[in-house]
Design a protein around this ligand. Structure first.
Ligand code: DX5
Ligand code: ZN
Length: 217
């Protein structure tokens, strides 16, 4: 049976208070933290890398950390992210020549492996790697920035995967919140990333609970 899990993205939080913001999300019921790593190459934006993740891990010992690697060379950061205490390494397959090798290396470093695709990438491209990964991420915005509009047309990919892989962990990311969670739930996503909708809400706990309960039933 698949679990509905809510992983807030801290991208649009006050990053000068990264620890406090992260702890608050966990106290408010987050199941895991979705940490958006951008390199200014794969996407036109820069965030943070393994040194910051390692500091956060120093203060938060037990939460599940997923890093969403929006980077040109995901193979380069596997060892440092594993050393930083990352639990799941989710990377985009678009710039990678040997996806199988990256998946293998991630697992060899003791992390779960997630494979991600941008809105323009067909689902068949990622389907090839399902047997060697733990999760598929279907992006519902062009990666790079928080606060963008949810792309409903990406739900066909989620639906296709759910129909064919009933036990697969499927994550959606981008523009997901109370007004778009129904689409995601109906299509069959079970791992829900939500940034601005949670960070900006007056009652984080209620928003997280609403997202989870919508996916669960
Ligand atoms: C986009 C990131 C997302 C995003 C989520 O490039 O991967 O994780 O920041 O934020 P919202 O929910 O605001 O789209
Ligand atoms: Zn993300």
């Amino acid at each position: 049976h698949l679990k509905a899990l809510i992983g807030p993205s801290i991208l649009n939080a006050d990053l000068s208070q990264l620890y406090e913001e992260s702890q608050k999300l966990l106290d408010n019921g987050a199941d895991y933290l979705h940490l958006d790593v951008m390199d200014g190459q794969f996407v036109p934006n820069l965030t943070f890398g393994h040194p910051v993740v390692k500091c956060l891990r120093g203060k938060i010992k037990d939460a599940f950390f997923e890093t969403h690697m929006m980077v040109e060379k995901p193979e380069q950061w596997i060892t440092p992210m594993a050393d930083a205490g990352v639990n799941q390494y989710t990377f985009h397959i678009e710039p990678v020549k040997d996806v199988i090798e990256v998946c293998r290396k991630v697992r060899e470093h003791g992390m779960k492996v997630g494979v991600a695709i941008k809105p323009g990438t067909p689902v068949s491209e990622v389907e090839k790697y399902i047997s060697i990964s733990d999760m598929v991420l279907i992006m519902t915005v062009e990666p790079g920035f928080g606060g963008q509009k949810f792309m409903e047309n990406q739900m066909a990919k989620v639906q296709y995967l759910r129909e064919n892989y009933p036990l697969l962990d499927i994550e959606v990311d981008g523009g997901v919140g109370p007004s778009t969670i129904n689409c995601c739930a109906n299509a069959g996503a079970n791992m829900i990333v939500s940034g601005t909708a949670i960070i900006g809400s007056a009652d984080q706990a209620a928003t997280i609970k609403l997202l989870r309960s919508t996916v669960q039933d």
